[in-house]
Design a protein around this ligand. Structure first.
Ligand SMILES: [Zn+2]
Length: 121
């Protein structure tokens, strides 16, 4: 009888923890602006790395960012979603003369830019 009582109390405790946990999950905020900014900067760093790999393989920067994925460079080619800032879903601004490049976040949220591998942040 004592074992059954303990089991019931344990079950009740588990239930209370579960309810508390579920309540906490509901109160979590959506993905924060900071997380989106971190993700954007990470994307730009990955793109800058892929651009430098493209340069060392082809001797020039690509004319456009999609060329990174189209070229089939074996290593460091970013998935296509990296070509967009996650905050505004717009494609990164990319300028090049073949020997240098500028990569800029297209959003109004000031996520920064990378010029020839040097980040603005
Ligand atoms: Zn951005």
């Amino acid at each position: 009888m004592k074992a059954i009582g303990s089991a019931m109390i344990f079950g009740l405790l588990l239930c209370m923890v579960g309810v508390a946990y579920a309540g906490e999950q509901d109160s979590l905020p959506p993905v924060s602006d900071l997380a989106l900014e971190m993700s954007c900067k990470s994307n730009m760093r990955t793109l800058a790395t892929a651009l430098s790999m493209y340069l060392s393989e082809f001797g020039t920067y690509p004319d456009s960012l999609p060329m990174l994925t189209d070229a089939g460079v074996a290593h460091g080619v970013p998935p296509i979603h990296l070509l967009e800032c996650p905050a505004c879903d717009s494609v990164y601004l990319y300028l090049t003369d073949g020997e240098s490049f500028t990569l800029v976040c297209p959003c109004d949220s000031l996520h920064g830019s990378i010029v020839d591998g040097t980040a603005s942040w």
